[in-house]
Design a binder for this molecule. Structure first.
Ligand SMILES: N[C@@H](CCC(=O)N[C@@H](CS)C(=O)NCC(=O)O)C(=O)O
Length: 227
């Protein structure tokens, strides 16, 4: 199978981390990106979004698109280790928190913090740090406090296992780190501790290493605003 999509996309990252947890083999094409689509990408995903997955790399008309669909497919393909709780309530919570991360968290981090820095640098302009700081405050008004309350003093978001909910949240928060921000420990200690717990996992650590290499190869100088 072949996974397509730029490595800094938090949705691509989700799929990469799930595949790594499950030790799945796949080809990877990092080229399709909102900054430049590859020819024929529309035939793979008419919504023009990454990630896309081709179970058969030679058949571009039979794709599985959307990170949630891809991750659920990986779970069926390789059930161990399970990344979706079997308990009904924990399963429901995992899907809800995955959805919250993929929609509102993604939108706020992506549009308000990541893009003002990264897309400006990619366009050869100065990073809009003030814009990103304002964006970060909007993110801190509702969603980060909600996630802080949801994780509380538990290790993981849904039940007592590492799950798709943890991967989805961490995949988005990684985009803060990529552009010099972080979940501040003094304001959101439980969420920060959860993030630190997540990045200890080899699947996530490897993904961060790959992302950082990609940024340093691009030659972008990222100012650290929150450590
Ligand atoms: N719900 C989708 C969202 C995918 C998504 O929005 N990906 C972004 C990249 S991070 C994208 O392709 N955006 C297209 C664009 O901005 O034109 C998923 O989970 O895969």
């Amino acid at each position: 199978m072949k996974l397509l999509g730029a490595p800094l996309s938090p949705f691509v990252r989700k799929a990469v981390i799930v595949a790594a947890e499950k030790n799945l083999d796949y080809e990877y094409d990092p080229r399709p990106s909102p900054l430049g689509w590859t020819e024929d990408f529309e035939k793979i995903n008419p919504l023009k979004r990454i990630p896309a997955l081709l179970p058969d790399p030679d058949n571009i008309t039979y794709a599985i698109n959307d990170s949630s669909a891809i991750c659920a497919y990986f779970e069926k393909l390789q059930p161990e280790p399970a990344l979706y709780p079997s308990d009904a309530e924990a399963y429901g919570r995992a899907l809800w928190l995955e959805e919250a991360a993929d929609t509102d968290l993604a939108n706020k981090i992506g549009m308000l913090v990541f893009r003002p820095v990264f897309f400006n640098l990619a366009a050869g302009k100065a990073a809009d740090i003030d814009g990103a700081k304002d964006g970060f405050e909007k993110l801190s008004e509702l969603l980060l406090p909600y996630l802080e309350s949801q994780i509380g003093d538990a290790d993981w978001f849904a039940g007592d296992m590492f799950s798709i909910a943890d991967i989805a949240v961490a995949s988005q928060l990684m985009n803060l780190n990529m552009v010099g921000f972080a979940v501040p420990e003094d304001r959101f200690p439980n969420l920060r501790a959860h993030y630190e717990r997540c990045i200890e996992r080899p699947s996530i650590a490897a993904c961060i290493e790959g992302n950082e290499k990609f940024i340093s190869k691009s030659g972008f100088k990222i100012e650290r605003v929150i450590s």
